[in-house]
Design a binder for this molecule. Sequence first.
Ligand code: R5P
Length: 282
Amino acid sequence: MKIIGGPASQLLASRVARELGITPTLCDFNCFPDGEAYTRIQDEHIKDVTIIQSTTTDSDLVSLLQMIDACEDAFIINVVIPYMGYARQDKKFKTGEPISARAVARTINADRVFTVNIHEKNILDHFNTPAFDLDASKLLASHIGSLNLTDTLIVAPDSGAISLAKSAATGLGVDCDYLEKTRISGDTVSIKTKDLDVTGRDVVLIDDMIATGGTMAESIRLLRQQGAKDVYLACVHPVLAQNAVIRLFNAGVRDIFATDTIEKAQSCVSVAPLVADAIRLL
Ligand code: R5P
């Protein structure tokens, strides 16, 4: 088995390879003068390979397609897409739109695909091949447990994140709640935790991804107004686009931590053991 790490997942691929006791195969990633991507795998004997590459940008997706194509002589190609871009466009929100997640999934020509906490599980059905989603919630929970927080409460910022919050809270044996929006009048809504009082408690807001930080910034302000001690953010995929980090710190977050499905300064929790375990079972 060979491990190939794409340009977006160099660190994660190295960590997975180390878990498996394999030296990762080197690839060259360059650009032609016109800006087109050039990829070359420095190994001519690829038979059974796992390619690891998040597709945070369009050029990450092109690199992934190039790596898969370059492995055309392999008997088995597994593809790990730790963070899959376009997953949020998993349906047509307006007529005339594509289902972008489906369009991307259909380009992947492999024997098996693995994702990590993909935005919607139904996307897995769009791959032309068996696809499996790995769950990083226990890894995030373990990091939360190491922080020695006061009376920890795990909170989902919306109903879509409840299962992730529940799973992390169960792993830690702590309380879990979610933020609920109540319309008070035509132009006033109140957002608060559904069941539990946050006063004096350390709250960890958890979501699959933080993109612009808008959802979390609003949630942090509310929790602090409601008396939370410190508010932390945990997510699987730290997209953290543009000014998201400063936006979140301005809103009063104590710290942000995430996994290495996207390699950022906040990616202190590695999903390598999860990916390595999935590969070991093949
Ligand atoms: C949405 O369904 C996701 O789970 C996140 O809540 C969302 O993508 C966060 O986006 P933003 O950081 O831009 O508010």
